[in-house]
Design a protein around this ligand. Structure first.
Ligand code: PGA
Length: 251
């Protein structure tokens, strides 16, 4: 099964509108790189302008979060209906959402279904903490996170899973390619148990955590790593272009 790899940039809570525009300009030509799906995930206030900038290209735009209700009295939240006006993808369950905003596996299960109902392709983020890793709980944590988020329903359309060990995010201490491969293989086996082998084979699984232009090729050499979710390096247009080219070249 061939899986088109993904280069996804998570801009987190960074930049002004002017800076977001400049970053988009710096990424000129990224839509012409063949053999890779590009996803940009700016913060809510930048979504409209980034969506308009890439309109008519193959670049996908992702929200970093969303509420599960279509509308209502939820001050400060953004609904999936609102998000779908300026994005076609959404990140679900980033570890920073789990850590700082108390999102748990059950809440994320609902968000996955919400994404599907609103035509948004979800990137479900999973990954163990430093303590869980030290206690050799990585496989258990990944099994729990993937199983509960998926529930007993069929996979949401286009489901993407990102393996992002919490200890590797923003630390400069990336997982080794072997660690990434073994976690991604495990995730695929959990998907296979839940969804069947054929479906699991088609799900793209990304690695995220201190991905840089100089380590991406080693991750992409792993058979179960289908791309990257990039934080810090995605804020540097040249670095993200280099990562995207390396991902495309891996196919
Ligand atoms: P990082 O972040 O690349 O800065 O480690 C990755 C992420 O949080 O998605």
């Amino acid at each position: 099964m061939t899986r088109t790899p993904i280069a996804a940039g998570n801009w987190k809570m960074n930049g002004t509108n002017a800076e977001a525009r400049a970053l988009c300009r710096g990424l000129a030509g990224i839509d012409a790189i063949a053999g890779v799906d590009v996803v940009l995930s700016p913060s809510f206030t930048q979504l409209g302008l980034v969506w308009d900038f890439w309109c008519g290209t193959d670049v996908h735009i992702a929200g970093q979060n969303m509420h599960t209700q279509p509308s209502g009295a939820y001050t400060g939240e953004v609904s999936p209906v609102q998000l779908a006006e300026v994005a076609d993808w959404v990140i679900v369950g980033h570890s920073e959402r789990r850590q700082f905003f108390c999102e748990d596996d059950q809440a994320l299960a609902l968000k996955l279904r919400t994404a599907e109902m609103n035509g948004l392709t979800p990137i479900l983020c999973v990954g163990e903490s430093d303590a869980e890793r030290e206690n050799k709980r990585t496989a258990n944590v990944l099994t729990r996170q993937v199983s509960i988020a998926l529930g007993d329903d069929p996979a949401p359309d286009g489901l993407v899973v990102a393996y992002e060990p919490v200890w590797a995010i923003g630390t400069g201490k990336a997982a080794t390619p072997d660690e990434a491969q073994s976690a991604c293989t495990h995730i695929r086996s959990v998907l296979s148990d839940k969804l069947g082998e054929e479906v699991a084979d088609g799900v793209r699984i990304l690695y995220g955590g201190s991905v840089k232009p100089d380590n991406i090729a080693d991750f992409m050499a792993q058979p179960d790593v289908d791309g990257a979710l990039v934080g810090g390096a995605a804020l540097d247009a040249d670095a993200f272009l280099a990562i995207t080219r390396a991902i495309a070249a891996s196919g």
